[in-house]
Design a protein around this ligand. Structure first.
Ligand SMILES: Nc1nc2c(ncn2[C@@H]2O[C@H](COP(=O)(O)OP(=O)(O)OP(=O)(O)O)[C@@H](O)[C@H]2O)c(=O)[nH]1
Ligand SMILES: [Mg+2]
Length: 396
């Protein structure tokens, strides 16, 4: 293996999604990267661009024989560990980038997945295992707070805390770090919130109001939603997977029955259930029963259609089931529902910027193991466990 992880010449990776967009970026890395690209790249400026100072940008074309494939900007650089890398910025979309990738592979480059690329980049940058985990998760962060937390960990917040702890292993600091895991997990794994209720009570209208834009079909015909629809939204910085389901207790036909079964399944799996009721009419026995079945669950009852007047008597609902009266159509009372959901999410908020946060199962179990070793008085083993948490993946 060379410093940039290649044992068999350069590798090419499409760094941007294979989808329509303004530009696409391909990186070719490893020994021989510039030589490979120069077989297909014709810079407008004369001279040997590969011999020039790394970091310079070159405008030109990628050609296949005599045929121009795309207009590109190429950056030749050497990586921090001395490896070679060439970045090719071409037009976005699947065709141009796909053609250039095909040419580079024909020229002898291995195709590298984005995940493998991140691993190599992290090795190149000399990142420890914890910082590598942050780098791997950043592209899929779903809220601003999650991205901010991961950036802090990429910059070393948790790594430094673990390294300091290894110098002076103590239970109180390990426990502080372990406590941060609930926050880290809630930022990276969306809590699932299912909207359940009879047909026509306004589940889809409420879903749309929460999502903030029109997403599902709302109609006065009961049974409009026949499957379920989900969307991830941010509540107080936490990602929440909101699920709109088919109305319960409808028996019209096989499609509806499947929808009802899917809704029940979603209800069983959901972390939080929002039972939507039509507050403009009396509650039905099924609805009251469903509310009682939610004991011991994180759940909220919503009395919807408040704009039509509140005619439902909430007395038969369980007293300890949080409830909100709102109008999904007008948006009145929506903030109170969001606050109720927010109360069921972890509390450390606001997040002090730069704080160490445990955000993977690997980190949690390593720290948990270190805590147990410290409890058993095995300080040296606890120290080894902590240092092991930081060891770069390639050395593990
Ligand atoms: N006045 C009023 N009408 C509402 C409100 N919420 C929903 N509606 C109406 O109630 C009807 C049913 O709304 P949907 O959101 O489709 O109800 P649903 O629970 O998703 O129905 P299914 O998908 O059939 O189970 C539509 O005509 C909505 O416009 C509300 O807060 N006030
Ligand atoms: Mg619906």
């Amino acid at each position: 293996m060379t410093a940039n992880g290649t044992s068999s010449g350069p590798a090419a990776c499409l760094l941007t999604p294979a989808a329509s967009g303004g530009i696409a970026v391909i990186e070719v890395r490893g020994t021989g990267a510039a030589a490979l690209v120069s077989r297909f790249f014709r810079p407008r400026r004369k001279g040997d661009w590969t011999a020039d100072t790394p970091g310079h940008l070159y405008y030109g074309h990628i050609v296949d024989g005599g045929e121009r494939i795309d207009e590109v900007i190429v950056r030749h650089r050497s990586s921090r560990m001395g490896g070679e890398a060439v970045e090719v910025n071409c037009h976005g979309g699947v065709v141009a980038a796909g053609e250039i990738m095909r040419l580079f592979e024909q020229g002898g480059a291995r195709e590298m997945s984005a995940e493998a690329f991140v691993r190599e980049a992290s090795r190149d940058m000399g990142l420890d295992a914890v910082r590598t985990e942050a780098l791997e998760r950043l592209p899929s962060a779903q809220t601003k707070l999650a991205a901010r937390m991961l950036c802090d960990q990429l910059n070393g917040a948790l790594s430094q805390a673990v390294a300091r702890l290894a110098e002076n292993p103590n239970r109180s600091t390990v426990n502080d770090l372990l406590r941060s895991a609930e926050f880290g997990r809630a930022l990276l794994e969306p809590r699932c919130v299912a909207l359940l209720g009879r047909p026509n009570v306004g589940k889809s209208t409420l879903f749309n109001a929460l999502v903030g834009h029109h997403r599902t079909i709302v109609s006065a015909t009961p049974g409009t939603t026949r499957d379920y629809v989900d969307e991830t939204i941010a509540l107080g910085g936490y990602p929440v997977e909101l699920i709109d389901t088919a109305g319960l207790w409808q028996t019209d036909g096989p499609v509806e029955a499947r929808g009802v079964e899917a809704a029940r399944e979603v209800g069983r799996r959901a972390g939080i259930v929002v039972l939507v009721l039509d507050g403009s009419r009396s509650l039905l026995p099924d609805e009251v029963r469903a509310a009682h079945e939610l004991a011991d669950r994180d759940a909220i009852a919503v009395l919807n259609k408040a704009d039509l007047g509140s005619k439902a008597d909430p007395a038969p609902l369980p007293a300890d089931l949080p409830r909100c009266t709102l109008s999904a159509s007008t948006g009145e009372g929506l903030k109170e529902l969001e606050a109720e959901i927010r109360r069921l999410l972890p509390q450390p908020d606001p997040y002090p910027p730069g704080s160490p946060v445990v955000f993977t199962g690997r980190q949690y179990s390593g720290l948990d193991r270190a805590a147990k070793l410290l409890e058993a008085g095995q300080t040296d083993s606890a120290r080894d466990m902590l240092l092991g948490l930081l060891r770069p993946p390639s050395e593990s």
